[in-house]
Design a protein around this ligand. Structure first.
Ligand code: 9MR
Length: 768
């Protein structure tokens, strides 16, 4: 094609589109011709399906999936109306009087006439475009144009593909809706360019900050105390362009200052940071608050005003009290099983009311490991976790409070196990959640949706094997009967997983709850074998560990981007490295070498980035829940510090804490109630103050998911397109892909808060 000036190209496309509008409203041309102008705003997210089915929905009777890069729906025979089977996308903003061009490539295995509608997403379904379009087996590019008659904040594209007497497969690709005026680009309010940990620094820990500045040469900085006295000064180090934010930055370091105090600020070139403290004891409340998150989000129990305060109190959720339908007598999804389970209790996963074994597993494991560390690591203090110390109701039972919280979840996880005598006995249901998504706000006790058990999976079964094994050894001194119950559940689960090693979760099972799919369970086997070995001492489990394809491979056990609910081998390795066992000295050393090798990588990442964070994911992409990846890397670094005493690991943990609490490209503290610019509108159905002022904000100590450059929710799509990875975040309750809160993010936060709190002033020498 000859080179064309963009403006001419745009005119050509417009003319073609206008002509199309004059003729039957549609133009069918071979792919790649008559495209709309590329400089007009694109409203469709993930139109080429390179990000799977993200941003798309379909009606339940016509299941869709991405096949060979196209979205294909199986349309059943004999539906009555076009709208009985739909593939669609919501949240499309349209402006009255503006012109739009819809284009797509489609096929149908049987010739049919579909309708391509751009319309309101609710009553009265006003259509701005309603185009009948023949589609057949040959792929054809279709273009429709229209002018919006009204303003819409969130219109909908709906391919209505129902009404065919015969069943067929409809596939669509390269969907584009361009037009309207470019909204003004979203500019985050990042406050002062001088970025610090807004809570504070340990007297003898590293004290670094970052300043956004175009200045090529060093700039003077001063540290001022609360009374306005300059306590230290120096010059910044220019650090070029930070790739995570595309900001031009300098760093500064005031580690030499060790005098405790509050209200310090750093000023660079006339710009002043948020205030912060220097001191030990700065993190003790974070330990308690991060752990209180779990009581707040318990299912099946009243949340007591005497414990959490009136604003956060609420009735018990999901005990079959109307309008709730569950969880103490829950059926399976149709066709999955014919028994019902009492699966009350446990923690709600996140902003939704789902309860997912594969996410409960890592969360409860990290609480158990925070506690177990106080048994195995000399410098770790169990006092903050002791009976009477946390905000929960089980005070005075002589069991450490953190184990009381653990038990609330362990009881639920064990209830998810398939009973003896049933098909797949001993396996564990992947999850239990609402049949359909509820809106926000919906406090738990007002959720009217039916609850359903989803099929058992190998991953969920191994999550129970691992956590119940750890439960057995930790509860043994406190409640022998409960410990024995955990042990039996773990062994039963292990044997069931060995018998059914590849029963995977359906990645498309995401209606009413998250899918949590995982197509590789080698790491779950590794983790479960490690925990069973540590608890039973049996050689069979040791051999499972030693012969695992992951064993000895630090980068497989500890992925570069961090451990997560879908990458759990590291949980086993950390425990093998720290919990006394029958491993030979050489075997233990090999495990410890994996921990320190991974920690070396995270520490190097932290040392080399201008914001100091120990998270450098592959390809630079920040994932959903990136803050938890940071926290999980901090867990590995802290364990390496415990094992070796090397301060390089401790420093990287502390810099990770700096990042989470404000030393970052958005000048954002991601923990509610901590720092001057804290996240407080996270996505949650009860803590929905942003939508209903009578409801509370998230409780203090709630960690936001954080930047996610995959742009996976409508608010992010409207505001964040093109964002630099570490800037892809909105403190908005509707931005669930950047700003949700969940148990598996608060669990590593609690772990690292306890570690940092235990450092005291930070200077204590460590003997490994
Ligand atoms: O944390 C999960 C993240 O790793 C996935 O990318 C994402 C999309 O599948 O789902 C996240 O988990 C959510 C779950 O599906 C439903 N409850 C809320 C969870 C946190 O956002």
């Amino acid at each position: 094609m000859p080179h064309q000036h963009p403006y001419r190209r745009r005119r050509t496309a417009r003319l073609a589109a206008a002509l199309a509008g004059l003729l039957a409203g549609a133009l069918v041309v071979p792919a790649s011709a008559a495209e709309p102008a590329e400089d007009e705003p694109e409203l469709i997210a993930n139109g080429d399906f390179s990000n799977g089915t993200t941003s798309w929905w379909w009606t339940a009777g016509s299941p869709a999936a991405v096949v060979d890069g196209r979205l294909c729906a199986e349309v059943p025979a004999g539906t009555a109306n076009p709208w009985d089977a739909i593939i669609g996308q919501n949240a499309l903003p349209l402006t009255a009087g503006e012109g739009y061009t819809l284009s797509y490539t489609a096929t149908a295995t049987t010739p049919v006439t579909i309708r391509a509608n751009v319309q309101m997403a609710t009553e009265p379904w006003t259509t701005e475009l309603g185009a009948a379009q023949p589609v057949g087996p040959t792929a054809a590019r279709v273009t429709h144009t229209f002018t919006a008659g009204a303003d819409h904040t969130a219109a909908q594209l709906a391919f209505q593909v129902g009404g065919s007497p015969a069943a067929y497969t409809f596939c669509v690709d390269d969907v584009s809706l361009r037009g309207g005026t470019q909204p003004p680009p979203y500019e985050p309010d990042t406050g002062s360019p001088v970025r610090v940990n807004q809570v504070g620094y340990l007297p003898h820990g590293p004290k670094g900050g970052t300043v956004v500045s175009d200045a090529a040469g060093p700039l003077p900085w001063t540290l001022t105390d609360a009374g306005g006295t300059v306590r230290a000064s120096g010059t910044t180090t220019p650090a070029g362009v930070d790739p995570t934010s595309r900001q031009h930055v300098h760093t500064f370091d005031f580690s030499a200052v060790t005098t405790a105090g509050e209200g310090y600020t750093v000023t660079v070139a006339g710009e002043r940071s948020e205030p912060f403290a220097i001191g030990d004891g700065l993190y003790s409340s974070l330990v308690t608050d991060a752990l209180a998150y779990f009581y707040h989000n318990r299912s099946g129990i009243e949340i007591d005003a005497d414990i959490v305060g009136a604003a956060y109190a609420r009735p018990a959720g999901h005990l079959n009290v109307s309008p709730n339908q569950g969880d103490n007598d829950v059926p399976c999804q149709p066709g999955v099983c014919d028994y019902r389970l009492d699966a009350a209790g446990g923690w709600y996963d996140a902003g939704d009311h789902g309860k997912y074994v594969v996410n409960g597993g890592i969360s409860v494991a990290q609480l158990m490991s925070a506690y177990e560390r106080t048994l195995t690591e000399q410098s770790a203090d169990g006092a903050p976790f002791a009976d009477g110390k946390l905000r929960l109701p089980e005070h005075g039972n002589r069991v450490p409070d953190i184990l009381d919280e653990v038990r609330w979840e362990m009881d639920f996880l064990m209830r998810m196990q398939v009973p003896a005598g049933e098909p797949l006995a001993g396996m564990v249901h992947h999850k239990l959640h609402d049949k359909a998504w509820t809106g926000l706000p919906t406090p738990p006790h007002t959720d009217p949706q039916p609850r359903e058990l989803h099929p058992p999976t190998t991953a969920a079964t191994l999550n129970l094997a691992a956590t119940a094994a750890q439960c057995a050894r930790l509860f043994a001194p406190y409640d022998a009967a409960f410990a024995a119950r955990c042990r039996t559940a773990a062994l039963t689960a292990w044997h069931a997983a060995k018998a059914h090693p590849d029963v995977l979760a359906d990645p498309d099972d995401g209606t009413g709850g998250g899918a949590y799919p995982d197509d590789d369970v080698r790491d779950e086997f590794y983790w479960a074998a490690a925990e069973l070995f540590l608890t039973t001492g049996k050689d069979v489990y040791r051999q499972e560990v030693l012969t695992s394809p992951l064993h000895g491979k630090a980068d497989a056990v500890f992925p570069r981007g961090g451990m997560s609910w879908g990458a759990v081998a590291g949980l086993g390795a950390l425990d093998l490295a720290t919990v006394p066992s029958k491993l030979t000295a050489k075997q233990r050393q090999a495990v410890r070498a994996m921990v320190t090798k991974a920690a070396d990588g995270y520490a190097a990442d932290s040392a080399s980035t201008a914001y100091g964070l120990p998270y450098a994911p592959p390809d630079g992409h920040y994932v959903w829940g990136s803050n938890s990846q940071v926290a999980n890397n901090m867990v590995v670094l802290a364990t390496a510090h415990d094992l070796t005493g090397r301060s390089v690991y401790r420093d990287a943990v502390l810099r990770g804490m700096d990042y989470l609490l404000g030393r970052n490209p958005l000048n954002q503290s991601y923990v509610t109630g901590y720092g001057e610019r804290d996240s407080h509108n996270q996505h949650h159905r009860f803590w929905a103050h942003q939508l209903d002022p009578s409801l509370p904000n998230p409780a203090p100590g709630s960690l936001a998911g954080g930047p996610n450059d995959a742009i996976q929710d409508p608010v992010a799509q409207a505001k964040l397109k093109g964002c630099a990875p570490a800037m892809c975040y909105l403190d908005d309750i509707e931005s669930w892909s950047t700003n949700e809160i969940t148990i598996n993010w608060n669990a590593p936060l609690a772990w690292v808060a306890a570690y940092v709190d235990g450092l005291g002033g930070g200077a204590a020498a460590r003997t490994p």
